[in-house]
Design a protein around this ligand. Structure first.
Ligand code: AMP
Ligand code: MG
Length: 415
């Protein structure tokens, strides 16, 4: 038996980083930046007005208030988008709209609300302070300043930040192509009536959607357990970067993944000290062929195997800064049993309060066949091999699904 960490290390040592390409921002959602993005222009690009109002010289406004307004001559109009830089002499003002560049000779903007809104001349009722309502060029980022670090997963927020810094394309790895092949004579499409012995195929959906969520383009297929069926299915997906098979990796009499690959030098079969998910296969077809994952068939085992091994590999391929999630301690809300000598990875329900609380997603505990209970999982708990029993009140490390914090996006400032 090897540990889950050893198995993951072997996998990651094998995983190449895919070629990168330049892509427009609208197509870059969920991709990972191949290099840092720096500001092509200052943000904001121009020193501009924060209000609709009048651009003025502060020295002209001494003593302005409701009872004795200062009167200025209005010498121009600056709508947003105007490139003009009108001269402003002493005693003059320019009407300016939010976002328009502030004339070089003005140092303050007085909002419309503090004036009589005049168009020939304007009465100013309050001088405010020098520099008020002016947004300085480069206040958020100077030209060349870092906007996003390499390896960041691109979100609507990070892409908007990049756009605002004058950058229209990013360099990111192409998406991995992934084929998911469910194996098993007993599998039928979900929703079909079941003859005795048949079960719905849930892994094809599960694993391909998880891969899609991790940035891959996916193809889904099925192979029966009969001789030649898996080889024929693999032939239909030669061009992919990653092949993921579920089922058939164990010691059953008709396990097709084992039958096809065992004894060859391309795929290695291991027993991993993890529950569920003990039988694991990993390798590569040829020197440049697809990476091959053989995951155990029980749906919870396949799910755990994806979280522990496949997701990190798909993230590494795409140049992610962080490939393994950061567990957060949670307080167990009830007792559950764990296997001795193997790390337990158990689907859990998570409640976030001042302390995260956690309990098994399946009332029946940790059975890897409890496929329907996966529907209620918010995450998984990682219980170390030495623990024989988790007691209510114990702290256990947990990973919440789809929590952007799980991969600790850099950069962050302390709140
Ligand atoms: P195997 O790893 O092929 O021995 O399968 C282990 C268990 O998982 C068996 O009970 C299978 O019926 C079940 N199983 C295998 N593949 C799937 C699948 N794609 N969807 C749902 N259950 C599956
Ligand atoms: Mg099978």
């Amino acid at each position: 038996m090897i540990t889950a960490a050893e198995h993951l290390d072997r996998i990651l040592a094998h995983v190449p980083v895919l070629d990168v390409e330049s892509i427009p921002l609208v197509e870059a959602r969920d991709r990972f930046l191949a290099g840092p993005v720096t500001a092509a222009v200052p943000v904001p690009p121009w020193t501009n007005s924060a209000m609709d109002g009048y651009a003025v010289r502060f020295d002209d406004l001494a003593g302005a208030d409701e009872d004795s307004p200062v009167v200025l001559r209005v010498v121009g109009d600056l709508p947003a988008g105007s490139g003009d830089d009108p001269a402003i002499g002493s005693g003059e003002a320019v009407r300016i709209m939010t976002g328009a560049p502030v004339p070089s000779e003005a140092d303050t903007v007085i909002p419309l609300e503090l004036t009589d809104r005049g168009t020939e001349s304007v009465q100013i009722y309050d001088a405010l302070d020098r520099g008020r309502h002016i947004r300085r060029a480069g206040e958020d980022r100077t030209e060349g300043g870092l906007v996003c670090p390499a390896g960041l997963e691109l979100t609507p927020e990070s892409l908007a930040g990049i756009a605002s810094a004058g950058v229209g394309e990013v360099i990111a790895s192409r998406r991995p192509r992934v084929a998911v092949i469910s194996t098993g004579d007993e599998l039928v499409t979900a929703g079909q009536a079941l003859a005795r012995g048949q079960i719905p195929d849930s892994n094809g959906l599960l694993i391909s959607m998880l891969a899609g969520e991790t940035g891959a383009e996916t193809e889904v297929d099925h192979a029966g357990d009969g001789p030649g069926e898996l080889a024929a299915a693999l032939d239909r997906h030669r061009e992919v970067d990653v092949l993921i098979m579920t089922g058939g990796v164990s010691v059953g009499a008709f396990d097709p993944v084992k039958a096809l690959f065992e004894g060859g030098d391309s795929v290695r079969f291991d027993r991993v000290a993890m529950q569920p998910g003990k039988p694991q296969a990993f390798g590569q077809m040829g020197d440049n062929g697809p990476l091959v994952f053989g995951l155990p068939g029980n749906p919870v085992s396949a799910w755990v195997s994806f979280q522990m091994f496949v997701r990190p590999a798909l993230r590494k391929m795409q140049g992610a800064a962080r490939v393994v999630p950061e567990p957060v301690p949670a307080r167990a809300a009830e007792d559950w049993t764990t296997p001795e000598g193997r790390m337990q990875v158990i689907p859990v329900r998570i409640a976030d309060g001042s302390v995260r609380r956690v309990l098994p997603a399946a009332a029946g505990g940790s059975g890897s066949h409890l496929a329907a209970s996966l529907a209620t999982a918010d995450g998984y708990a990682l219980v170390d091999p030495e623990t024989e029993m988790v007691r209510a009140g114990d702290m256990v490390p947990t990973v919440r699904l789809r929590d952007p914090e799980q991969f600790n996006h850099p950069p962050r400032r302390e709140p």
